[in-house]
Design a protein around this ligand. Structure first.
Ligand code: AMP
Ligand code: GLY
Length: 374
């Protein structure tokens, strides 16, 4: 905050969830600094899975059936109400490690004991949600709200596992693409009405208005329609890189007006062209990561028209080196999804660092779905 004041910053946009849940927005607002993001009370939609599930239940938002408890015996008893696989979620923030899909009773018992003992995710697992397993395609749908109304951003899809074909352990996201056809016009209308508007109206009615980015992780179930797996109270990573590449407007101006209390729909415009963000990850990720490897080729990738977002890089001895698990997000677009994918990978192939991990199938599920007409 001192930095924002010192540099005369007009608008602060908060990215990560932890400071939002801890109340950074409340702090800025108390000090009279303009900020875009939810206050701590509204950030509970991401900060507590139990809050989020109970909110959805109260508001009538479609979501998986669940039991929430802080008691291990009650949790073990509740397993009888579910079939397998069953999903167990730590209540608190767990940096993407708080959700376990358990194939059978033994796995569920082991997960519950790991959560309640603190072995799995520390204090975040002291309370849990047990919920039914849903199947379908996952879609990321993000809305931008000023606390009263909400504007839809374009839909996107994340690729969470480290290996191709959705295999291997989960990561923070190995790539994403955005294409307006990811959901139909009817689905978009349904999600806006039943999820986005309903959430914003209800949060306002409950005295905790939601200002900021509302991210719904959706499961498009074949039989029950779109259902909310989780809320995040921020832009998603790496979905955002793909979304930014499609924006055809002054994003800063849009957020400035929204932070001042009014979203202006006319300030938000997307290009039709689909976009793809491919994450280049360091050796070892998502386990123990090796850092300090020199990175080359970024300028060449940019010459291909890509935007290269830095995530885990730093300058050491005048050289750009890796400094985190997900190192770069190489983002490009094209007239078709196929072209966007080719453009993104052409740019990726210019970049090198020792031990670089890359998934070669980002966006392919879209291509498969729309196998005709491309
Ligand atoms: P979350 O952090 O709640 O989004 O969960 C992380 C991932 O776990 C999601 O992206 C889904 O792939 C999976 N997941 C969460 N809840 C469910 C559910 N009820 N059924 C099936 N998969 C789920
Ligand atoms: N891509 C999912 C997230 O940012 O949590």
């Amino acid at each position: 905050m001192a930095a924002a004041r010192g540099a005369g910053v007009d608008l602060t946009v908060v990215g990560p969830e932890a400071p939002l849940v801890d109340g950074v927005v409340d702090l800025f607002e108390r000090e009279g600094l303009l900020v875009f993001g939810p206050a701590a009370a509204a950030a509970q939609l991401e900060g507590s899975k139990i809050f989020s599930k109970r909110f959805m239940e109260r508001a009538g938002i479609p979501t998986a059936r669940f039991v929430a408890t802080a008691d291990v015996l009650e949790a073990l008893g509740a397993l009888q109400e579910f079939t397998y696989p069953v999903v167990i979620k730590a209540d608190g923030l767990a940096a993407g490690k708080g959700v376990v899909i358990c194939p059978d009773r033994g796995g569920a018992e082991g997960t519950l004991s790991g959560m309640f003992s603190g072995a799995l995710v520390g204090a975040a697992g002291g309370r849990v949600v047990i919920e039914e397993f849903l199947t379908g395609e996952e879609v990321s749908f993000i809305g931008l709200s000023d606390g009263e109304r909400v504007l839809p951003l374009e839909p996107s899809q994340d690729h969470k596992t480290i290996y191709e074909n959705d295999e291997g352990p989960n990561t923070g996201g190995m790539g994403a693409y955005s294409d307006s056809r990811i959901i139909t016009a009817e689905q978009r209308e349904f999600v806006m009405r039943e999820v986005m508007d309903r959430t914003v109206q209800r949060m306002k009615a409950e005295g905790t208005p939601f200002k900021g980015f509302l991210y719904a992780g959706l499961m498009m179930t074949p039989d029950r329609g779109p259902m909310v797996l989780e809320f995040n109270v921020r832009l998603g990573d790496p979905e955002t890189q793909a979304l930014l590449h499609r924006m055809d407007c002054d994003f800063g101006a849009l957020l400035y007006e929204a932070a001042r209390g009014q979203v202006k729909p006319e300030l938000l415009k997307f290009k039709d062209d689909p976009s793809v963000c491919v994450v280049l990850a360091a050796a070892g990720y998502p386990g123990k990561v090796r850092t300090g490897d020199e990175i080359s080729g970024i300028a060449e990738a940019e010459q291909e028209g890509a935007t290269v977002f830095h995530a885990g890089t730093k300058v050491a001895d005048g050289k750009l080196v890796t400094s985190g698990g997900r190192v770069l997000g190489v983002t490009h677009s094209g007239a078709t999804l196929h072209a966007a994918i080719e453009n993104a990978y052409r740019a990726c192939d210019k970049i090198r660092f020792e031990g670089m991990q890359i998934r070669r199938d980002i966006g392919k599920k879209g291509l498969k779905r729309w196998a005709t007409g491309l």
